[in-house]
Ligand binder design. Sequence first.
Ligand SMILES: NC(=O)c1ccc[n+]([C@@H]2O[C@H](COP(=O)([O-])OP(=O)(O)OC[C@H]3O[C@@H](n4cnc5c(N)ncnc54)[C@H](OP(=O)(O)O)[C@@H]3O)[C@@H](O)[C@H]2O)c1
Length: 399
Amino acid sequence: MAKALIIGTGAVATVGAQKVAQNYKVFSHLIIASRTKTKVDDLVSRCQKYPLQVMGETVDAENVDALVKLIQKYQPDIVMNLALPYQNLPIMEACIQTKTHYLDTACAEVRDHAGFEYGTQWVYHGRFKKAGVMALLGVGFDPGVTSVFAMYGKKHYFDEVHYLDILDANGGDHGYPFATNFNPEINIREITMPGRYYEAGQWKAIPALSQFHTYPLEEIGPRDMYLMYHEELESLVKFIPELKRARFYMSFGEKYLRHLRVLEAVGMTSTQPIMYEGRPIVPLQFLKAVLPDPASLGPRTKGKTNISVILRGYKDGQEKAYRVFNMMDHEEAYQETGAQAIAYTTGVPAMIGATLVVTGQWTGAGVFNVEQFNPDPFMDLLNQWGLPWKESFDPKLID
Ligand SMILES: NC(=O)c1ccc[n+]([C@@H]2O[C@H](COP(=O)([O-])OP(=O)(O)OC[C@H]3O[C@@H](n4cnc5c(N)ncnc54)[C@H](OP(=O)(O)O)[C@@H]3O)[C@@H](O)[C@H]2O)c1
């Protein structure tokens, strides 16, 4: 039996913690630590209806010494970082010092520079290896399941994959004129960066949200899918070296984009501090404070997500195409966990990744991405834990 320490009590942690608690045949102890005590107490009480020991603590996850003390106190088998990408590096540092497995759902970021790359975490490989423990990076849906989908398709249906497209569509409607489905600061930073994709051995950049394709999607209809950069492109290109092209698309509605463009035009999405009434404030952080809390979207959101990976390549000399996808209903997610589908589709894979590590199905010492392991047990657990997937062998392709 294993002990998990979850850091964070936001939307994703709300799902991740309850899924760990539901998996009480693997996890006997769950420790939930975050910086706001009331939120910790709420999440602990949600998880206490399951037959495992659940405890709460407060911690500043940017303080390595405090994290080390917390880990030493409870001696978890794995630390699941479900806080923010700003906390990845201090939590990794604490895991190295205490020789504890580590997992996160998004790659590390720093506050004053919009940009995300795995390089800042891959450099920890030698230290994790020396400590004899694993850091498993990017185990949400995207990144996370999208990479597992790609590796599963490659393993079972292709000798070589040449073209890869990821389509992340959210058909959910929360009724607000403008709100983000997860942490607004992280979400808006990622969307307003230039789009970037991989082609013919090079990374190519285009202005943010300047290219889209309309794609017909099961259950949610045709959606405008905008080309964006997303971190799993970096690991997929590394671990599927024969790829000729890899792109990531996300759906946005006209209303959302109109609001975003105005906010951007007036400077509200900037990460550079400005002086306001004698003190520095970061416009994007202020915007986060006035936007609806993503956790509050749960009871209002109706509709489904539809996230897929399309592969094209060769098997036994024949050209092949394949699409694998999951659809998740926002209201179903909310009924089960009190959080909407975006949080659900992130928290479930995080629990699955932790399960595979603590049960020794995915092993290794060092820093790893999910592409480096056998995708089959992960795919089985997706079906078992609420994120069933479907396949198509004649998908519509994007030029
Ligand atoms: N891979 C994917 O598919 C995917 C999809 C969506 C999100 N994500 C990632 O999931 C993570 C969580 O997203 P979310 O929507 O759950 O965010 P959220 O609702 O804003 O929650 C963040 C949590 O982190 C806690 N936190 C922040 N700073 C802290 C600190 N210094 N010390 C301790 N706790 C701290 C917050 O505490 P307070 O409650 O006190 O604010 C909150 O509980 C993010 O990294 C996001 O990028 C991944």
